[in-house]
Design a binder for this molecule. Sequence first.
Ligand code: SF4
Ligand code: SF4
Length: 126
Amino acid sequence: MNEQKIVEIDTVKIKKRLKQRKAKMKMSLSVCARCTLCADSCFLFNNNNKDPKYMPSYKFINSIGRIYKRRGKVDRAALEKIREIVWKDCVLCTRCYCPFGIDIPDMIAFARSICREQGVYPTFED
Ligand code: SF4
Ligand code: SF4
């Protein structure tokens, strides 16, 4: 049985967390040119038939990017989708390279930390 504790999503806390790193995150999200160059350096992308969902840019845009776009107003279902991306589709190996200087692993790690604070994280059953 899944033992993960169901807690109410605290959007005020998420908003506060976003504010702490607003400048860096805003810059990274606006700088991404969707050039896909980072994909070549991700072994998960290469080992999964170059499925676009494993592209590093896809992963940060659809995790922390999504949380930013909604200004922290995300529900549990949205965080659970993000959990799949930031834990299952990325191992934070830090190998992805962006010529524009975007720190992709840092952004994915930030999404993980927001999810974890809200009680959304992988369990042994996942
Ligand atoms: S993260 Fe960097 S390398 Fe990847 S698509 Fe965006 S700009 Fe290109
Ligand atoms: S940190 Fe994640 S996105 Fe970047 S190369 Fe590693 S698995 Fe791929």
